[in-house]
Design a protein around this ligand. Structure first.
Ligand code: ARG
Length: 588
């Protein structure tokens, strides 16, 4: 059960009964424990609209509120707040419901089809840290949405088309002409970064090669068989590389999720036709543009969305417009409708904000997307080095993802060895893998995505603070209670009697029961950091409980209830980390 929403609904009804229909109750977790568990702040706003005394309205709302089954105390406070304290009985019953439920009592909101567009690297080069945030944030959002019961369509909109491929194909064909068996080409492709560097160097220094590259682009676009072959060869190698990165990161993006820019290429002329038919196209300096009033430059001059360049080439925006047909188009007779999405999320860095605003506006104006479909750019800030500048290698190069993940594991291995030298090496390696990768992911996910964040190995690998190792360690510690305690069956799902006699037990219970509302907020706002923040608070509540309430030394029903609290906490941590794409370990 989503507690916050339930209170919001009940108090909303009470507000309506008190003469303020449609006023939101604005329920939030209480700022301080002495105010109870939740507070409702909506009365003041409603009183303002009604031009009435907020304190009096609060009394009326209180009289109309039906909260007997949930709360033991509801009190007006200050200028018109309502403080709500949940009842012990209610908490105990709800815990039992969560304990017996594999989904930890999370509701299933009305299921919608959600497309999550994430990762989307450009295939010309190896994946670097610039792709990390989109890949990690997008994957966490997809997992959370899926868990909430939505139909999630993952889309990897890779950059696999465009002029830079001419240069790469020309370079590849050189290798193939030197060694027709393809052996040399394969060797060169095994280091994509180096391959790109060499091709670019040749392009910059060799006019004949540059001409050949440009000719390749034309051949490729004209559907020339041998160009397409080389292009496919390059694309395959590059995609395999991405898949290795996804595997290593534990990111659930497979080859079936790849639909790159090339996929939409054939439909771009139709996009232009459709825009033209709606009277949206105008020519400006030889280019085809859409001008919309809401987009203006600094001096108020109209800002065009260019959909076809004067040389006939299409643009990034044109491709995204075509992709919207497939994702959200409704009722088209030509088959360009795949998913009929209700909601589409684009996880890219914030610098693409204008691009998406423009694409969304044009798509709506052109009728490609109906009104009920939510189009959302899930933007994020930059990853910075300790110097506050964009994250780079010591020598100023871009950091390859594979190298960075290798370093994460190596550093974690040192730590694990320091902490648990007695464990056999293969086990330490396994722990280091989960901790290292988990640390990198959690460091990113725990930040509000809108802001830039400073990448710091020491911080993310610390066993203290809001970090993956801290959460993984908290989990392993709870699991160790079950190893130590004799005669405790590893309970699994069971109907336990909970008994919340101590304040620390109660505080832990409230946190445990806030899992569903946390997930729903994270999904609605596309903010995985809300789940991290929740985890951190949950771990804190658990520590408070564990320090104040003996578990194995307790007896009878108290012992059983406390063990059940431990178990539910462990499962909630594990599920939350899993939804963030992070592994847990039984022992660390
Ligand atoms: N390839 C793009 C980039 O590297 C990201 C693609 C995002 N998705 C989209 N539908 N435009 O910036």
């Amino acid at each position: 059960m989503n507690l916050r929403k339930t209170l919001e609904e009940r108090l909303g009804a009470a507000l309506a009964a008190a003469g303020a229909p449609g006023s939101p109750a604005v329920v939030k977790p209480a700022a301080r424990a002495q105010f109870g568990d939740y507070q409702a702040n909506g009365v003041m706003g409603a009183a303002k609209t009604l031009k009435t005394n907020p304190r009096q309205l609060a009394e009326k709302v209180l009289a109309a509120a039906r909260l007997d089954d949930l709360a033991e105390k509801v009190e007006p406070a200050g200028p018109g707040f309502l403080n709500i304290t949940l009842s012990r009985m209610f908490l105990e019953t709800q815990l039992a419901v969560a304990a017996c439920d594999e989904r930890l009592a999370a509701d299933t909101p009305a299921s919608r089809t959600v497309v999550v567009d994430y990762s989307g690297p450009n295939l010309a080069k190896e994946m670097h840290v610039g792709h990390l945030r989109s890949t990690i944030i997008g994957d966490a959002l997809a997992r959370i949405l899926e868990f909430l019961g939505h139909r999630v369509v993952r889309q990897n909109h890779v950059g696999d088309w465009g002029t830079q491929f001419g240069m790469l194909i020309a370079h590849l064909e050189q290798a193939l002409s030197r060694d027709p068996s393809g052996g040399q080409a394969d060797t060169e492709l095994s280091d994509l970064e180096e391959f790109y560097r060499k091709a670019k160097q040749q392009f910059d220094n060799d006019a004949d090669f540059a001409d050949a590259s440009r000719a390749e682009v034309v051949k490729l676009q004209g559907g020339d068989a041998s160009s397409l072959d080389s292009w496919r060869r390059f694309r395959e190698v590059s995609l395999r590389h991405c898949e290795q990165v996804y595997d290593r990161l534990g990111v659930r993006l497979g080859s079936a999720d790849v639909r790159g820019e090339s996929y939409y290429n054939d439909y771009l002329p139709q996009v232009l036709e459709a825009l033209g038919a709606k009277g949206l196209l105008s020519e400006s300096q030889g280019a085809q543009c859409v001008f919309l009033d809401e987009f203006q430059g600094k001096d108020g001059e109209p800002l065009p969305v260019i959909v076809r360049k004067s040389d006939g080439g299409f643009l990034y925006a044109t491709t995204d417009l075509a992709a919207l047909w497939f994702r959200a188009g409704r009722g088209r007779a030509d088959g360009l409708v795949d998913w009929q999405a209700d909601r589409i999320l684009y996880v890219t860095d914030s610098r693409q904000e204008l691009h998406f605003r423009q694409v969304f506006a044009v798509a709506r104006r052109a009728g490609f997307v109906s009104e009920g479909v939510s189009l959302e750019h899930v933007g994020f800030g930059m990853m910075l080095g300790a110097d506050g500048k964009p994250f780079k290698t010591r020598t100023g190069g871009t950091v390859k993802l594979m190298d960075m993940l290798g370093e994460a594991e190596a550093r974690a291995f040192e730590l694990v060895t320091l902490k648990s030298p007695e464990l056999p090496e293969p086990q330490r390696r396994e722990i280091a893998r989960a901790v290292g990768i988990g640390a990198v992911k959690y460091a990113d996910l725990s930040q509000n995505r809108a802001t830039d964040y400073v990448f710091s190995w020491d911080k993310m690998l610390s066993l203290e603070g809001n970090t993956a190792p801290y959460m993984q360690y908290a989990y392993a510690r709870i699991r160790s209670i079950f190893r130590k305690g004799e005669g405790i069956a590893d309970c699994g799902l069971r109907n336990e009697e909970f008994s919340l006699g101590e304040p620390a037990e109660r505080a832990l219970a409230v946190k445990l029961l806030q899992f569903p509302e946390t997930l729903e907020s994270a999904a609605a706002e596309c903010l995985p950091n809300l789940l991290c923040q929740y985890l951190y608070e949950l771990a804190g509540a658990f520590m408070g409980f564990y320090e104040n309430c003996p578990v194995l030394k307790a007896e009878g029903e108290t012992r059983a209830s406390r063990l059940a609290l431990c178990e539910l906490t462990a499962r909630t941590i594990q599920k939350s980390l899993d939804l963030l794409g992070i592994e847990t370990l039984e022992q660390m």
